[in-house]
Design a protein around this ligand. Structure first.
Ligand SMILES: CC(C)(COP(=O)(O)OP(=O)(O)OC[C@H]1O[C@@H](n2cnc3c(N)ncnc32)[C@H](O)[C@@H]1OP(=O)(O)O)[C@@H](O)C(=O)NCCC(=O)NCCS
Length: 199
């Protein structure tokens, strides 16, 4: 019965294809699960994620993917695989938690460590933000990073998010309480950035 419900949910909603200059954001497929497991199990990536356990097993990756399918079916989230447009190589993961009644959403991302510092996350995040305001008609997007995650901070700043404050020691990660830095972008701020050519 559960398997039937699962497959019905999976067929219900897919992430839309989003293209940028070098990247394609596409729905997650079965073949991505091993890439997800390998990358989230990579300490260089997982050290800066907020909730994923370590080690991260294939079973965890499969469960996560099934939960994403369910979340998408219910309209609570939307997740993409980021890949290279030309080679179709796996680059990373992009996601949105959707709070539709509040017209608000939260951005989540990671990039395979071998692909860092090529501007991929900034490019994929900007494309997703265009989708947030132009297609989903959201009023606001927000994003957070752990205090010491400078690469993520840079991505967030390059996307034009406004720093809103520190949620003090709100994240318990590997036994330590950590500060979380919070940022938001409102629709009118996005439109101003678009008018300046940043979007
Ligand atoms: C954060 C992350 C997604 C960035 O991906 P990316 O594709 O490398 O990002 P970009 O190339 O678009 O931008 C990275 C920026 O950080 C800068 N940067 C990278 N390492 C840095 C460091 N140690 N100190 C300072 N800046 C650094 C880069 O120079 C670049 O900024 P610039 O364009 O101004 O030069 C990637 O590092 C990652 O997956 N980290 C682990 C998971 C994670 O942190 N996810 C986000 C949770 S909030």
């Amino acid at each position: 019965m559960c398997a039937l419900v699962d497959s019905w949910l999976q067929g219900l909603k897919r992430a839309p294809l989003l293209c940028s200059q070098r990247l394609l954001l596409r729905p997650i497929c079965v073949g991505d699960v091993s890439h997800i497991q390998e990358n989230v199990n990579d300490k260089r990536v997982s050290n800066n994620l907020s909730y994923t356990p370590h080690p991260y097993t294939m079973e965890m990756a499969e469960t996560w993917t099934r939960n994403v399918d369910k979340g998408m079916a219910y309209g609570n989230c939307c997740y993409w695989t980021i890949c290279d447009r030309k080679t179709n190589n796996f680059v990373g993961s992009m996601g949105l938690s959707l709070y539709r009644e509040q017209e608000n959403c939260e951005l989540h991302y990671w990039i395979s460590a071998d692909e860092w510092n090529k501007g991929y996350c900034t490019e994929a995040s900007k494309r997703t933000i265009v989708h947030v305001f132009e297609d989903l008609n959201m009023h606001r997007a927000h994003v957070t990073h752990r205090e010491n995650n400078t690469p993520s901070q840079k991505v967030i700043e390059k996307c034009g998010f406004i720093f809103e404050g520190i949620s003090r020691e709100s994240l318990k990660r590997f036994g330590n309480f950590e500060n979380v830095m919070m940022y938001g972008l409102l629709r009118n701020e996005y439109l101003a950035l678009k008018a300046k050519g940043i979007y």
